[in-house]
Design a protein around this ligand. Sequence first.
Ligand code: ATP
Ligand code: MG
Length: 484
Amino acid sequence: MDTITPAIIPRSQHTLSRKWISPNALRVLYRLKERGYLAYLVGGGVRDLLLGREPKDFDIATDATPRDIKKIFKNCRLIGRRFRLAHIHFHDEIIEVATFRSPAADEPEAETAAETALPPVPSAPESAAPEEQTAEPAPPPEPLPEAPHRPRPPRMLKTEEGMILRDNVFGTPEQDALRRDFTVNALFYNIADFSVIDYVDGMEDLRRGLIRIIGDPVVRFTEDPVRMVRAVRFAAILGFKIEENTGRALLELRDRIALASPARMYEEVLKLFLLGEGEKTFQLLRKTELFGVLFPRLNEWLNRETDGFPHVRIGKAFEWVDVCVQAGRQVAPHILFALMFGEYIEEKAEAFRSAGAVPLEALDRAVAEFLSEQVPRVQIPKKVALAIRDMLWNQSRFEKTKGKYPLYFLRRPGFSEAFEYFRFTSELTGERQELRAWWKEFIKAHPPVPAGERQEKKGHKQPERPPRKRRRRRRKPETRQPKA
Ligand code: ATP
Ligand code: MG
């Protein structure tokens, strides 16, 4: 295989300054370099710093193996199965360090390179195999070339269609750059001389604002269909265009997203919609028709207008989430999904009610149905679905404004997010405006009770109790008998 000579952009010709790299990432980079290893800042950190954006995280690549890295850093944990990675733990940050990987799964020399880099295979178990345990005198010891090895998981594993299941073959920096997803994600910042190393013309695509997959788009999207969703995310977040060939392959292969792990897809979906550009991402997902692959039933429902009116609530929901995220407020997954699917679930619940179910049962069945529809593509965890159910159920409580009930509801956990949802739907639909105004006043008149203070009863403050004496705990008798 021909090697590529990378473009080396010296410090004087790029804008990436160490000032903006997290001190912990710098510490790790310098330490690796001092120990004689290559140490590069890679991925989104380099891309974002070159664009003058604040990176989400800092990833490092090196020629040190996970074992080497573990020896160098006390605060290191090795994680991951699909990718074996080192996590260096600092009190407020985790820095991810990966050994350069090879994309050339089927090439024998890649496997050989891995053999030299990886720790030795664990030796065969000491005890004899069952079929050797006989009463016969033991034969003289022989060399054990065919000793029963504990089967070692393959370092690279692909399905018949070419989808990567495991990828732990170590490689050179060049190979590592080529196995990355997009050109703008494959730039390396070298701590040794502060240059940027570019094997794939990533600098040019950064300048032109293009998301271009590295290599053959059909092969690369087949290897890992999640890359299609990532292409849309980066295009939306960075305001970039998807390059023509990349875009064509994406349209051609979009149905393959159904082959990706639904649990991994759930994590990706959170990144799609919770990073501050959810509305733009939603529009681009609809345009590329990836949205229909991720959320088939919701998409069908969105395409079916209700009484001639398009469903606009979902777009507004994403705008609302973006405003929160951009203001630095976290939006929990169940709020995101309630906003996305709320109207759809409510329609389902209504159908169950019309068929005779009582309201709570109708809602339960609607949420269960929504979850089972979604799980094959995006595996929304059950606890998130339960939280969505609770939030939707709480909506009916806003109708009760008489007596003690409102205060009881206000003090319940989950009130404030239920109110956020209530406010959002009321503002959007123009319904229940008086009720919304009533609750706003009520909330203002009843500020949260500071932790530890007792609730007022019947409008009177409870007399203060004398402070409780601290009682010493009695020692447990040591003579507890174990259960029979
Ligand atoms: P951000 O962290 O801002 O979401 P990122 O580009 O850093 O974006 P990560 O998921 O943190 O994305 O991944 C780090 C880098 O690892 C990427 O920049 C890319 O080079 C590589 N990478 C991640 N996922 C894939 C993938 N599915 N296929 C190939 N390379 C990938
Ligand atoms: Mg990253």
